[in-house]
Ligand binder design. Sequence first.
Ligand code: THU
Length: 122
Amino acid sequence: MTPDRELLARAEAAAARAYAPYSRFRVGAAARARDGTVLTGVNVENAAYPLGVCAERAALARAVGEGYGPGELEALAVTASPCGGCRQWLAEFRVDAVTYRRADGELAVATAADLLPDTFQL
Ligand code: THU
């Protein structure tokens, strides 16, 4: 798999719209459905810190709101390495290819299953 630079550019553009007044760490994500529709999301923080939402989850929630469910997202790009909770969300939606930027700046691409092996299933 090769990193999806076009989708990452959409995520980078979205990151400018993040609401991150506490960490000042802006994150953007962009998910692409199989029909080509791109859904973006940003991290949205809150004064009550644990209530903040990550960019990946914001993008996936938007995708669901637009009618896209598990198996319908072919790719997602995010400007940071996905946290553990977001890896569980990516697994839930069975995203085929996740492009992300590692902390060292390198691009990486992996399946949701690779990012979180032996995923919890209900
Ligand atoms: N963050 C994300 O949006 N996605 C991740 O996968 C890692 C962390 C956000 C959460 C918080 O607003 C900020 O980055 C610093 O942790």
